[in-house]
Design a binder for this molecule. Structure first.
Ligand SMILES: *Cc1c(COP(=O)(O)O)cnc(C)c1O
Length: 232
Protein backbone atom coordinates (compact mmCIF):
# COMPACT_ATOMS: atom_id res chain seq x y z
CA UNK A 1 0.00 0.00 0.00
CA UNK A 2 1.29 3.51 -0.72
CA UNK A 3 2.15 5.84 2.11
CA UNK A 4 -0.88 8.04 1.44
CA UNK A 5 -3.22 5.08 1.70
CA UNK A 6 -1.65 4.02 5.01
CA UNK A 7 -1.97 7.56 6.29
CA UNK A 8 -5.66 7.65 5.36
CA UNK A 9 -6.19 4.55 7.50
CA UNK A 10 -4.29 6.14 10.38
CA UNK A 11 -6.34 9.35 10.22
CA UNK A 12 -9.62 7.42 10.02
CA UNK A 13 -8.52 5.36 13.04
CA UNK A 14 -7.68 8.53 14.95
CA UNK A 15 -11.12 9.95 14.19
CA UNK A 16 -12.74 6.69 15.28
CA UNK A 17 -10.93 6.56 18.61
CA UNK A 18 -11.57 10.25 19.29
CA UNK A 19 -15.30 9.80 18.64
CA UNK A 20 -15.31 6.72 20.87
CA UNK A 21 -13.66 8.66 23.64
CA UNK A 22 -16.20 11.46 23.26
CA UNK A 23 -19.03 8.90 23.14
CA UNK A 24 -20.13 10.14 19.77
CA UNK A 25 -21.05 8.04 16.69
CA UNK A 26 -18.17 7.58 14.21
CA UNK A 27 -20.22 9.00 11.37
CA UNK A 28 -20.74 12.25 13.28
CA UNK A 29 -17.32 13.49 12.14
CA UNK A 30 -16.49 13.85 8.45
CA UNK A 31 -12.98 13.90 7.04
CA UNK A 32 -12.13 16.72 4.65
CA UNK A 33 -8.85 15.89 2.88
CA UNK A 34 -6.99 19.19 2.50
CA UNK A 35 -5.07 18.67 -0.72
CA UNK A 36 -3.50 22.06 -1.46
CA UNK A 37 -0.08 21.73 -3.18
CA UNK A 38 -0.58 17.97 -3.85
CA UNK A 39 -1.03 16.66 -7.40
CA UNK A 40 -4.27 15.13 -8.65
CA UNK A 41 -2.74 11.65 -8.68
CA UNK A 42 -2.29 11.79 -4.90
CA UNK A 43 -5.93 12.75 -4.45
CA UNK A 44 -6.99 9.94 -6.76
CA UNK A 45 -5.23 7.38 -4.58
CA UNK A 46 -7.39 8.08 -1.56
CA UNK A 47 -10.50 8.86 -3.62
CA UNK A 48 -10.26 5.27 -4.85
CA UNK A 49 -10.35 4.14 -1.23
CA UNK A 50 -13.57 6.03 -0.65
CA UNK A 51 -12.43 9.51 0.40
CA UNK A 52 -15.14 11.81 -0.93
CA UNK A 53 -14.49 15.37 0.29
CA UNK A 54 -11.47 17.47 -0.69
CA UNK A 55 -10.51 20.97 0.46
CA UNK A 56 -8.50 23.41 -1.65
CA UNK A 57 -7.13 26.90 -0.89
CA UNK A 58 -5.92 28.18 -4.26
CA UNK A 59 -8.36 28.57 -7.12
CA UNK A 60 -6.20 27.95 -10.20
CA UNK A 61 -4.58 24.90 -8.67
CA UNK A 62 -7.97 23.57 -7.60
CA UNK A 63 -9.56 24.02 -11.03
CA UNK A 64 -6.81 21.92 -12.62
CA UNK A 65 -7.41 19.10 -10.14
CA UNK A 66 -11.20 19.30 -10.38
CA UNK A 67 -10.88 18.87 -14.15
CA UNK A 68 -8.34 16.05 -13.84
CA UNK A 69 -10.59 14.12 -11.44
CA UNK A 70 -13.94 14.84 -13.09
CA UNK A 71 -14.45 11.11 -13.76
CA UNK A 72 -14.85 10.62 -9.98
CA UNK A 73 -17.79 11.69 -7.84
CA UNK A 74 -16.05 14.05 -5.41
CA UNK A 75 -17.17 16.94 -3.21
CA UNK A 76 -15.01 20.08 -3.40
CA UNK A 77 -14.68 22.58 -0.56
CA UNK A 78 -13.04 25.98 -1.00
CA UNK A 79 -11.25 26.87 2.25
CA UNK A 80 -8.89 29.72 1.30
CA UNK A 81 -9.21 33.52 1.26
CA UNK A 82 -11.48 34.80 -1.53
CA UNK A 83 -11.03 37.88 -3.67
CA UNK A 84 -14.04 39.23 -5.57
CA UNK A 85 -12.62 38.34 -8.96
CA UNK A 86 -12.54 34.63 -8.02
CA UNK A 87 -16.17 34.20 -7.01
CA UNK A 88 -17.49 33.26 -10.46
CA UNK A 89 -15.24 30.21 -10.83
CA UNK A 90 -15.71 29.22 -7.20
CA UNK A 91 -19.50 29.41 -7.57
CA UNK A 92 -19.33 27.29 -10.72
CA UNK A 93 -16.95 24.54 -9.60
CA UNK A 94 -17.25 24.01 -5.85
CA UNK A 95 -19.87 22.34 -3.64
CA UNK A 96 -18.93 24.14 -0.44
CA UNK A 97 -17.23 27.39 0.55
CA UNK A 98 -16.01 27.43 4.16
CA UNK A 99 -14.12 30.71 4.19
CA UNK A 100 -16.91 33.30 4.10
CA UNK A 101 -16.31 36.37 6.23
CA UNK A 102 -17.98 39.14 4.19
CA UNK A 103 -21.52 39.51 2.91
CA UNK A 104 -20.19 41.02 -0.32
CA UNK A 105 -18.49 37.76 -1.27
CA UNK A 106 -21.55 35.72 -0.25
CA UNK A 107 -23.79 37.86 -2.45
CA UNK A 108 -21.54 37.43 -5.46
CA UNK A 109 -21.40 33.66 -4.95
CA UNK A 110 -25.19 33.48 -4.73
CA UNK A 111 -25.65 35.64 -7.84
CA UNK A 112 -23.08 33.63 -9.79
CA UNK A 113 -24.16 30.13 -8.70
CA UNK A 114 -25.33 28.26 -11.83
CA UNK A 115 -29.04 27.44 -11.62
CA UNK A 116 -28.72 23.85 -12.79
CA UNK A 117 -26.80 22.73 -9.68
CA UNK A 118 -27.63 22.48 -5.97
CA UNK A 119 -27.27 25.49 -3.71
CA UNK A 120 -23.72 26.29 -2.67
CA UNK A 121 -23.08 25.15 0.92
CA UNK A 122 -21.60 27.86 3.12
CA UNK A 123 -19.68 28.01 6.39
CA UNK A 124 -18.85 31.29 8.06
CA UNK A 125 -15.18 31.52 9.02
CA UNK A 126 -14.90 32.68 12.62
CA UNK A 127 -11.88 34.31 14.21
CA UNK A 128 -12.77 32.65 17.48
CA UNK A 129 -9.86 34.07 19.49
CA UNK A 130 -10.27 37.62 18.12
CA UNK A 131 -6.70 37.61 16.80
CA UNK A 132 -5.69 40.93 15.29
CA UNK A 133 -4.38 39.91 11.88
CA UNK A 134 -6.53 36.88 11.16
CA UNK A 135 -9.27 36.44 8.60
CA UNK A 136 -12.73 35.44 9.75
CA UNK A 137 -15.44 37.40 11.52
CA UNK A 138 -15.35 37.98 15.25
CA UNK A 139 -17.79 35.92 17.32
CA UNK A 140 -20.13 38.83 17.93
CA UNK A 141 -20.62 39.39 14.18
CA UNK A 142 -21.60 35.81 13.33
CA UNK A 143 -25.35 36.04 13.90
CA UNK A 144 -25.68 39.18 11.82
CA UNK A 145 -23.75 37.71 8.88
CA UNK A 146 -25.71 34.44 9.17
CA UNK A 147 -28.99 36.35 8.97
CA UNK A 148 -27.87 38.10 5.78
CA UNK A 149 -26.58 34.89 4.19
CA UNK A 150 -29.78 33.02 5.02
CA UNK A 151 -31.66 35.40 2.75
CA UNK A 152 -29.58 34.64 -0.35
CA UNK A 153 -31.37 32.36 -2.82
CA UNK A 154 -28.57 30.15 -4.04
CA UNK A 155 -26.65 29.59 -0.82
CA UNK A 156 -27.33 27.11 1.99
CA UNK A 157 -25.93 28.13 5.37
CA UNK A 158 -24.37 24.97 6.86
CA UNK A 159 -22.29 26.19 9.78
CA UNK A 160 -18.97 27.53 11.00
CA UNK A 161 -15.31 27.07 10.12
CA UNK A 162 -12.83 27.64 12.92
CA UNK A 163 -9.05 28.11 12.89
CA UNK A 164 -7.99 28.71 16.50
CA UNK A 165 -4.87 30.58 17.51
CA UNK A 166 -1.65 28.60 17.52
CA UNK A 167 -0.83 27.58 21.06
CA UNK A 168 0.79 24.77 23.02
CA UNK A 169 -1.47 25.55 25.95
CA UNK A 170 -4.03 22.73 25.97
CA UNK A 171 -6.44 24.67 28.17
CA UNK A 172 -6.42 27.66 25.84
CA UNK A 173 -6.99 25.37 22.89
CA UNK A 174 -9.92 23.66 24.62
CA UNK A 175 -11.42 26.97 25.58
CA UNK A 176 -11.30 28.16 21.91
CA UNK A 177 -12.96 24.98 20.71
CA UNK A 178 -15.53 25.18 23.48
CA UNK A 179 -16.42 28.77 22.57
CA UNK A 180 -16.82 27.69 18.95
CA UNK A 181 -19.10 24.83 19.94
CA UNK A 182 -21.33 27.16 21.98
CA UNK A 183 -21.62 29.58 19.06
CA UNK A 184 -22.39 26.69 16.72
CA UNK A 185 -25.20 25.45 18.99
CA UNK A 186 -26.67 28.91 19.08
CA UNK A 187 -26.62 29.11 15.28
CA UNK A 188 -28.03 25.60 14.81
CA UNK A 189 -30.96 26.48 17.06
CA UNK A 190 -31.81 29.39 14.76
CA UNK A 191 -31.26 27.75 11.34
CA UNK A 192 -32.36 24.16 10.62
CA UNK A 193 -29.86 23.92 7.74
CA UNK A 194 -26.90 24.40 10.11
CA UNK A 195 -25.24 21.06 10.88
CA UNK A 196 -21.51 21.59 10.36
CA UNK A 197 -18.82 22.66 12.77
CA UNK A 198 -15.62 22.54 10.72
CA UNK A 199 -12.88 22.48 13.35
CA UNK A 200 -9.67 20.53 13.86
CA UNK A 201 -6.56 20.07 11.70
CA UNK A 202 -3.66 17.58 11.72
CA UNK A 203 -2.30 18.84 15.05
CA UNK A 204 -5.52 19.18 17.03
CA UNK A 205 -8.19 16.92 15.55
CA UNK A 206 -8.69 14.88 18.71
CA UNK A 207 -9.23 17.93 20.89
CA UNK A 208 -11.62 19.38 18.30
CA UNK A 209 -13.65 16.16 18.16
CA UNK A 210 -13.85 16.11 21.95
CA UNK A 211 -15.38 19.60 21.75
CA UNK A 212 -18.02 18.75 19.13
CA UNK A 213 -16.38 19.15 15.72
CA UNK A 214 -18.39 17.55 12.90
CA UNK A 215 -15.71 17.97 10.22
CA UNK A 216 -11.94 17.86 10.54
CA UNK A 217 -9.77 19.40 7.82
CA UNK A 218 -6.63 17.29 7.47
CA UNK A 219 -3.69 17.99 5.16
CA UNK A 220 -0.29 17.12 6.61
CA UNK A 221 -1.35 13.93 8.41
CA UNK A 222 -2.71 12.56 5.12
CA UNK A 223 -0.37 13.79 2.41
CA UNK A 224 2.80 14.74 4.33
CA UNK A 225 4.59 18.06 4.82
CA UNK A 226 3.91 20.69 2.20
CA UNK A 227 7.22 21.80 0.66
CA UNK A 228 6.05 24.65 -1.51
CA UNK A 229 3.01 26.82 -1.55
CA UNK A 230 1.73 27.66 -4.99
CA UNK A 231 0.39 31.13 -5.60
CA UNK A 232 -3.03 31.93 -6.97
C1 LIG B 1 -3.98 23.95 5.11
C2 LIG B 1 -5.24 24.01 5.89
C3 LIG B 1 -5.66 22.93 6.70
C4 LIG B 1 -4.86 21.66 6.89
O1 LIG B 1 -3.87 21.84 7.85
P1 LIG B 1 -2.91 20.63 8.29
O2 LIG B 1 -2.29 21.13 9.53
O3 LIG B 1 -1.96 20.40 7.18
O4 LIG B 1 -3.78 19.44 8.54
C5 LIG B 1 -6.90 23.04 7.34
N1 LIG B 1 -7.66 24.15 7.22
C6 LIG B 1 -7.29 25.20 6.47
C7 LIG B 1 -8.18 26.38 6.39
C8 LIG B 1 -6.07 25.16 5.80
O5 LIG B 1 -5.70 26.23 5.06
Amino acid sequence: MTEIKTQLHTVLDTIKSATNKAQRPHQSVQLLAVSKTWPADDLRKIAEMGQHCFGENYLQEALTKIAALSDLDLEWHFIGPIQSNKTKDIAAHFDWVQSIDRIKIARRLSDQRPLNVDKLNICIQVNIDDEASKSGVNSDEVLNLAEQISQLDNLELRGLMIIPQKTDDVQKQQSSFHKAQALFSQLAALYPSVDTLSMGMSGDMEAAIAQGSTMVRIGTALFGNRHTLTGQ
